[in-house]
Design a protein around this ligand. Structure first.
Ligand code: S3P
Length: 203
C-alpha cells in the first residue's frame, strides 16, 4: 500500500501521521540543510510548532553536549576538530525519532554526512540567494568563525565562492525549497505551508 496517502489526523493525538512513517506510524526525521544565514533554525522552529515534533539545532546540540560555544570549539580544536565533533553529534541526533533537525551550513559537506542524512531522514535543502544570505549574515547576532573579521567585499566573495562549492552537496537533498523571500512572519508561514506540501503533509 502507498503510505504517502495516509495522513489524516490521528483522532486521539490529533497529530498528523507523516506519510513516510512519523507520528503514529513508525518514526521519521526531517533534516534541514542550507548555507549559513538561510533561515534553517527559523524554519525548523516554525515547522516543529506546526507539526508538534521536537526540534534540534545541531549547533545548539553540540554546544550543550560539549559545554562550549561553536567559536570556542573552533578556537581550541580548529575547523578539523569541529568537523569531527559535528559528525559525531550528527550521528547522535539523527538517531532520535520523530524529530526535526537543522544542521550547520557545513555539515553536509564533510565525510559521508550527506549520504548518512539521506539515509536517516527526509532532507530538505533550504536554498537562498547569495544577496539575501549576505544580508542575513551581516545582521546576524550569532558569531560564525568562518566569516568573522571579513569586510563587506570579502564576505560577498566568500559566500559566492563557498556556496558554489557547497551546492554539489546540498543538491543531494531529496527536496529543495527556495527560502529567499522569507523576510516577515507571513512569508515564514507561507514557507512552512510550501514545505508541508513538499513533504506531502497536506491532507
Ligand atoms: C558553519 C555554519 C554554522 C556552524 C559553524 C560552521 C559552516 O552553522 O556550524 O560556524 O561551515 O557553514 P549555521 O549554518 O547554523 O550558521
Amino acid at each position: 500500500m502507498d503510505n504517502r496517502t495516509q495522513h489524516a489526523p490521528d483522532s486521539e493525538t490529533n497529530q498528523t501521521p507523516l506519510p513516510w512513517g512519523g507520528a503514529g506510524g513508525g518514526f521519521s526525521r526531517i533534516i534541514l540543510i542550507g548555507y549559513m544565514g538561510a533561515g534553517k533554525t527559523t524554519v525548523g522552529k516554525a515547522l516543529s510548532k506546526e507539526l508538534g515534533m521536537p526540534f534540534y539545532d545541531l549547533d545548539w546540540y553540540i554546544e550543550s553536549r560539549r559545554r562550549k560555544t561553536i567559536p570556542q570549539i573552533f578556537a581550541e580544536l580548529g575547523e578539523e576538530g569541529f568537523r569531527n565533533i559535528e559528525r559525531n553529534m550528527l550521528h547522535e541526533v539523527a538517531e532520535f525519532e520523530d524529530v526535526i533537525i537543522s544542521c550547520g551550513g557545513g555539515t553536509p559537506c564533510f565525510f559521508d554526512n550527506m549520504d548518512y542524512m539521506n539515509q536517516q531522514g527526509q532532507v530538505v535543502y533550504l536554498r537562498c540567494e547569495p544577496d539575501v544570505l549576505e544580508k542575513h549574515l551581516r545582521m546576524g547576532k550569532v558569531e560564525r568563525p568562518l566569516i568573522k573579521g571579513k569586510n563587506a567585499e570579502e564576505l560577498t566573495a566568500f559566500i559566492r565562492e563557498q556556496l558554489d562549492y557547497r551546492e554539489q552537496f546540498y543538491n543531494k537533498a531529496r527536496y529543495t525549497l527556495d527560502v529567499s523571500l522569507m523576510d516577515n512572519y507571513d512569508k515564514i508561514k507561507i514557507t512552512i505551508e510550501k514545505l508541508k506540501e513538499l513533504l506531502s503533509l497536506v491532507p
